[in-house]
Design a protein around this ligand. Structure first.
Ligand code: FES
Ligand code: FES
Length: 157
């Protein structure tokens, strides 16, 4: 077992873990971060996307043992973040989800895209979202929802 100490969603966490534990399993099992959805488990689908030290990352292909000292945010910790609140509303209004399995990863990714690029056009947005796979919607509603959220947030600035 290995001791790690890190911050998750603003809270300090110190625990002993098996060195082979993935970050996704650690966060789901030890911190109850059930917004992390495992699809492919090899870094392709984006369902397990979180924020590590300010950058987007796939938690299924990281080992928890390497996270000593890290600052991690999952969707649970971002529930009151203004961009996430708006994105949730826009996904609802624009039919940006069906089963919802991909949605947490989509929301975190969309938050990052809006923070970095403001109001991207559809072509750019489709490319920026290409790392997040949805098996349900065909992406039209998702793209519309992110553009809607970006526009609403830009109006507030
Ligand atoms: S489960 Fe991590 S990218 Fe698919
Ligand atoms: S809404 Fe079902 S996988 Fe995207």
């Amino acid at each position: 077992m290995q001791i790690i100490k890190l911050r998750v969603n603003g809270e300090e966490v110190e625990t002993a873990i098996d060195p082979r534990t993935t970050l996704a399993d650690f966060l789901r099992q030890h911190v109850d971060a059930r917004s992390i959805h495992l699809g492919c488990e090899h870094g392709v689908c984006g369902g397990c996307t979180i924020v590590i030290n300010g950058k987007m990352a796939r938690s299924c292909i990281a080992l928890a043992a390497t996270m000593d000292g890290a600052e991690i945010w999952t969707l649970e910790g971002l529930k009151d973040d203004p961009a996430i609140v708006q994105l949730r509303q826009s996904f609802h209004e624009c039919h940006g989800l069906q089963c919802g399995y991909c949605t947490p990863g989509m929301l975190i990714t969309a938050r990052d895209i809006i923070a970095r690029y403001g109001e991207p056009d559809e072509k750019f947005l489709r490319e920026a979202l290409a790392g997040n796979i949805c098996r349900c919607t065909g992406y039209a509603g998702i793209v519309k929802a992110v553009q809607h959220a970006a526009a609403q947030l830009a109006r507030r600035d």
